[in-house]
Design a protein around this ligand. Structure first.
Ligand code: NAD
Length: 424
């Protein structure tokens, strides 16, 4: 992973803001970084040992919260960076959580289903006493999913000797997962887009949107944005992209994609959206379209110094984590392109994870409508705070989001008594 857009932004926030000195010191370091060797018995009887890490970056506001990633290239530095990101995101959203992340250095596609289950359970055993609803709460991330969370939750319960549904989030619904989790990230990204459009006096029907990445987050965002009246003119996945200058309906594409097809196959079948006039373009060309909003919902580093000059959008909606590199971010800021930052835009996922944690602790079950209402209420509160702060400080939205998050953490550190207090 290249340096995320987060590192220099956090450094700048720590330098620029009037913070408790203790907060500045604490936020520059990870609280705990644990390395584990996770053994599993392979199907052929041999033993394999995988390197794994769990980082609890900061736990001042509450237990560490963050996903577990299975990836062959993951390493301790990357897990630390991702845990720091979670710290900012949870603080910005005013959740009672700190930030954490886990990683196992493995290509899950090299494992059988049984081996994957053994690895998931073994990871939890190695985490041992670190995990728990009041200490550190894992969730899905890249290459992990609700089924894996189900295995992990079951293993945790067996070790604890009790049912503890709040120990892990992102679980399957029958095991205490939350309604609304699947669409949460796309839904909340739409709330941020609507706030931006409102503040510009921009009608949705006059706002064109291109979406890079038609996966879970991007497809739900595209469908909801279309339903809300925005003109979705292009969508892409790793296999292809389509463009329809008068707008397209993403729902039938999603239906086809769910059947396991990539977008280019969907399109060449001409079996969906026949009423729309589509042209096929390359995924790279989608980034260059003259649209009002470019929503990035694929991978990190989608916009770099190499292609930033081709971007013609007026605003970028960062649904993926870190889709704009720090250098490209600066270039866009200089050009007056508004970048709506990942820590706010994609925080719908962790917010519904928090709802799942609350339901797990109380034994309550919320309906899909309850979850949606609560998600909306949270974004109705936090998104305007970010826009107002950016306006007041005359900074980027990213700087504003970091300022709010860092000040929340700093206030908690000060409340425990900081150096000034102890110096008398
Ligand atoms: P996903 O795997 O379901 O979807 C990713 C999509 O991006 C796929 O359709 C893939 O084909 C496409 N893609 C990959 N490379 C591409 C390219 N070069 N051009 C165009 N499309 C490309 O993943 P997801 O869960 O939707 O997550 C997407 C991003 O959002 C990730 O960065 C993830 O970390 C972030 N995110 C997701 C959630 C969530 O709730 N799903 C929450 C927070 C952040």
């Amino acid at each position: 992973m290249t340096q995320s857009s987060e590192t220099p932004v956090l450094d700048r926030a720590l330098e620029r803001l009037d913070l408790a000195d203790d907060a500045r010191k604490m936020l520059r370091h990870a609280h705990k970084r644990i390395q584990m060797s996770v053994p599993i018995r392979r199907d052929d009887g041999t033993l394999s040992v995988f390197q794994a890490w769990r980082v609890q970056y900061n736990t001042v506001l509450g237990p560490a919260k963050g996903g577990v990633r299975f990836h062959p290239d993951i390493n301790l530095d990357e897990v630390t960076e991702l845990a720091r990101w979670m710290t900012i995101k949870c603080a910005l959203m005013d959740l009672p959580f700190g930030g954490g992340k886990g990683g196992v250095q493995v290509n899950p596609k090299d494992l059988s289903r049984q081996e994957l289950e053994r690895l998931s359970r073994s990871f939890v055993r190695e985490m041992g006493g670190l995990m728990g609803p009041d200490t550190d709460i894992p969730a899905p991330d890249v290459n992990t999913n609700p089924r894996i969370m189900g295995w992990m939750a079951d293993e945790y319960d067996q070790i604890a000797g009790t049912r503890t549904p709040a120990a892990i989030t992102g679980k399957p619904l029958p095991l205490g997962g939350s309604e609304g989790r699947v669409a949460a990230t796309g839904q909340a990204a739409l709330y941020v887009l609507q706030e931006w459009a409102d503040r510009q006096d921009r009608a949705p029907e006059d706002t064109t949107v291109a979406v890079q990445g038609f996966g879970n987050a991007g497809a739900h965002f595209a469908m909801l944005a279309h339903e809300a009246g925005f003109k979705v003119v292009a969508v892409s996945d790793s296999g292809g992209a389509i463009h329809a200058k008068d707008g397209l309906d993403p729902a039938p594409l999603h239906e086809e994609k769910e059947k396991g097809k990539s977008l280019d196959k969907v399109y060449s079948d001409t079996s969906v959206s026949d009423a729309d006039a589509h042209e096929q373009i390359s995924p790279e060309d989608l980034l260059k379209l003259e649209v009002d909003v470019l929503a990035l919902a694929a991978l990190q580093d989608a916009i770099t110094q190499d292609n930033v000059d081709d971007v013609q959008a007026k605003a970028i909606l960062e649904i993926a984590n870190g889709p704009v590199t720090p250098e490209a971010d600066t270039t866009l800021e200089d050009r007056g392109v508004t970048v709506l930052p990942d820590v706010l835009v994609n925080a719908g996922g962790v917010t519904v994870s928090y709802f799942e944690w609350v339901q797990g602790r109380t034994g309550d079950r919320w309906s899909a409508q309850d979850v949606e209402d609560r998600l909306k209420a949270r974004f109705d509160r936090i998104a305007p705070q970010c826009f107002d702060r950016a306006e007041k400080d005359e900074t980027s939205m990213r700087q504003a989001a970091y300022a709010i998050a860092v000040e929340r953490i700093s206030a908690a550190i000060e409340s425990r008594g900081d150096s000034c207090y102890f110096k008398g």
